[in-house]
Design a protein around this ligand. Structure first.
Ligand code: D41
Length: 684
């Protein structure tokens, strides 16, 4: 192929960049990942450097990013908000380079001790300046071009984590700089809600947070769950800044400002590298996205000695991690069948390295979302993988050329696994296979669910074994699991080539042990739609034995605590299927037992928490989550997963997150572990 004409390529890049900048900054609807935009911009900058005659006044490279939008009043920053140099070399070399440049600039050569750095996380959100005057939040502004930002005070005031008044002594002026971001769980919940109501889903927490802060209507911002972490200072008057950055962050935390606990003072390049590696390993487990770590010279006096380049301090650098979004080709769309029969369109991708692993499958959620995103086989798409969230296709790249006609994706009328009819509830979003346990896909998932820790807790029955048992034709129904122990099957089980004798023995022991269980676990294990652990416990408590439950009418089911029409109908439908009744009988015949009673109000001991709903969040000093839950339930209370007006108490431990904020927002009583123990002992 001939070298492309530089002038033509520059013009093309300018057009592309203008288009994407508008999508990003004005419409809040980017079509390409940020990294892709940066690549295009870098390419144009390189072209303009090589051929200065190609530089035009309207080139996107000449624009200061983050222009003030009409609608927000401009705010001139008292102290400019600098940017931070980014080290894109994600290997340890990036840290060595930074340390070497600091030592050189400070003339620390030869036999001097290593430099002390504060290493912190690089939150992926929107930079904000909070101005506190006499301890009161007076103004909040975006960074803008660093000199002038936008006044977003009203919006920032809706963020519960940001104190409207500082705790303790109030300095005359204290500007706190930090990042507004959205937690991953909050983002997932928001998107789940959008999906359920058939609305447009958001691309990633960062864009959603940035978009929310720049909403012209604060009421909309208030509905978005935003969080904040401080990382620096702006103007200060009448406040003695501590002599190190780490102590400054501690001091901000004491004033009631959220500061992230994942930070450390480390020595020299080796310390930086260790921190980079440790946080890289922890990245997926963090409740929020980070795109790197930040190293800062800890000593403020040394920072001042090092000073600034034009817009960036010489004493700080951002050291990146692999991007969590990438572009790749959509090769095909498969259908996956889940435990409840839900059909999920799954993107088969050209393998791509994203968020630290190679991804070749990603969820497209459902057919409506797929259509809204307009993705088709052959498109170049954006994949996102963050934390332990399943990788997903968030959209397609560009609006440009594509095959003139590609038939739209359709859900198949028959289950691709078992051939049963595929149904969709009227007005519903999900397509489902109607095959139930006749469907091999649902069977495998059902087996895994049945064996799960919170269900029958069968040790030794994991993913691989279920696949082997299923594919080997050894197991077709749940009860057949237990006949594995009979002589003939036992022989076949050991004969399974890939299965070592040891794992066969472990499975058989696990099966035996699982036979003594509780009615609640058994009900949950059956995998009845809408019957989660809590409902299973309510049902077990209410009916006491399985026969009364199986015979219960919808009306009788509705008498159970928290069982509504959808759940009641689902239970009724389940037990109306003769094969489900048969499964229950066969499992009992296989020897599964549990204590039974005659329904509600058996001797349960004192029930000080009867009728109360509690939410647990964070880590308690002595109780695990499961232990706390068991104690609450034994006292007649319920444990819910999210805070609402109906919540009686929130029990908060260390690192409690958005649930605690929500409790405060709704005025729900918050207790610590001691408070919980008081309640359990009958106090109120
Ligand atoms: O977490 C971050 N995104 C972060 C951003 C951080 N942890 N530290 C930062 N430090 C600075 C300096 C060194 C200039 C005080 C920053 C940023 N700046 C920054 N973020 C966006 C523009 C500048």
């Amino acid at each position: 192929m001939a070298e492309p004409d530089p002038a033509a390529r520059a013009a093309e890049l300018r057009t592309l960049l203008h288009h994407h900048a508008h999508r990003y900054y004005v419409l809040d609807a980017p079509e390409i990942p940020d990294a892709e935009y940066d690549r295009l911009l870098t390419e144009l900058q390189a072209l303009e450097a090589a051929f200065p005659e190609l530089l035009t006044p309207d080139s996107p490279t000449q624009r200061v990013v983050g222009q003030v939008l009409p609608g927000f009043a401009p705010v001139r920053h008292a102290v400019p908000m600098l940017s931070i140099r980014t080290e894109t070399d994600t290997t340890p070399a990036g840290a060595y380079k930074f340390d070497a440049s600091v030592r050189k600039a400070a003339q620390l050569t030869g036999d001097v001790p290593p430099v002390a750095y504060n290493a912190e996380l690089k939150f992926d959100g929107l930079a904000i300046n909070l101005r506190y005057v006499q301890g009161v939040l007076a103004q909040a502004a975006t960074r803008g071009d660093g000199e002038t930002g936008e006044d977003v005070t009203q919006n920032i005031r809706t963020i519960n984590q940001i104190p409207l008044r500082l705790q303790g002594a109030a300095p005359e002026v204290l500007e706190v700089r930090g990042e507004v971001y959205m937690r991953r769980d909050d983002f997932e919940r928001l998107n789940e809600r959008q999906r359920e109501t058939g609305q447009k889903t958001y691309i990633n927490p960062r864009n959603t947070a940035a978009g929310a802060v720049r909403q012209l209507d604060p009421a909309i911002t208030a509905k978005r769950p935003l969080s904040f972490f401080a990382y620096g200072l702006g103007e200060i008057r009448g406040w003695d800044q501590p002599s190190t950055h780490s102590a400054t962050l501690d001091a901000l935390a004491k004033l009631g400002i959220p500061v992230c606990a994942d930070r450390a003072v480390v020595l020299g390049a080796d310390g930086l590298i260790d921190f980079h590696a440790a946080m890289g390993a922890k990245r997926d487990a963090l409740p929020f996205d980070i795109d790197g770590v930040v190293y800062k010279v800890n000593d403020v006096a040394l920072q001042e000695r090092l000073g600034f380049l034009t817009h960036q301090p010489r004493w700080a650098v951002a050291h990146k991690y692999p991007a969590q979004e990438q572009v790749t080709r959509l090769n095909a769309i498969d259908i996956q069948v889940g435990r409840t029969g839900k059909l999920t369109p799954v993107a088969k991708l050209e393998p791509v390295f994203v968020g630290g692993t190679t991804v070749s499958n990603a969820t497209l959620h459902n057919v409506f979302e797929l259509r809204r995103k307009g993705v088709r086989v052959g498109d170049t798409v954006i994949v996102r993988r963050a934390g332990d969230v399943i990788p997903e296709v968030v959209g397609r790249v560009g609006s440009g050329a594509r095959a003139p006609y590609v038939p739209n994706f359709r859900m198949p009328p028959a289950c691709p696994v078992c051939g049963s009819t595929v149904l969709r509830e009227r007005g519903g979003i999900d397509h489902r296979c109607s095959g139930g346990l006749f469907c091999a896909a649902q069977r495998k998932q059902a087996l895994l669910h049945f064996a799960g820790r919170r269900a029958m807790d069968i040790e030794g029955l994991g993913d691989k074994l279920v696949d082997q048992l299923g594919d080997g034709g050894l197991i077709r129904t749940l009860p057949e699991l237990y006949t594995l122990a009979t002589d003939e099957r036992r022989a076949r089980l050991s004969a399974l080539e890939r299965m070592a004798d040891k794992s066969a023995a472990r499975l058989l022991a696990g099966l035996e042990k699982s036979k003594t269980t509780t009615l609640a676990r058994f009900l949950y294990a059956l995998g009845i739609r809408h019957v989660g652990e809590t409902t299973a416990k309510d049902l077990a408590r209410h009916f006491g034995n399985i026969h009364r439950l199986m015979a219960a009418s919808v009306e009788q089911l509705l008498e159970v605590n928290d069982v509504g029409p959808v759940v009641a109908q689902s239970i009724r439908t389940f037990f109306e299927q003769p094969h489900n009744v048969e499964v229950v009988e066969q499992l009992r015949a296989a020897g599964i037992t549990w204590p039974e009673h005659d329904g509600d109000a058996p001797d349960k001991g004192p029930q000080p928490l009867a009728g109360k709903t509690l939410v647990l969040t964070g880590t308690l000093p002595t109780l695990t989550r499961d232990e706390a839950k068991a104690l609450v339930e034994a006292a007649g209370g319920k444990v819910a997963g999210s805070v609402s007006k109906k919540t009686s108490y929130v029990v908060a431990g260390d690192e409690a997150g958005s649930k605690l904020d929500k409790a405060r927002e709704l005025g729900v009583t918050v207790l610590d572990e001691t408070g919980l123990r008081g309640l359990l002992d009958g106090g109120s």
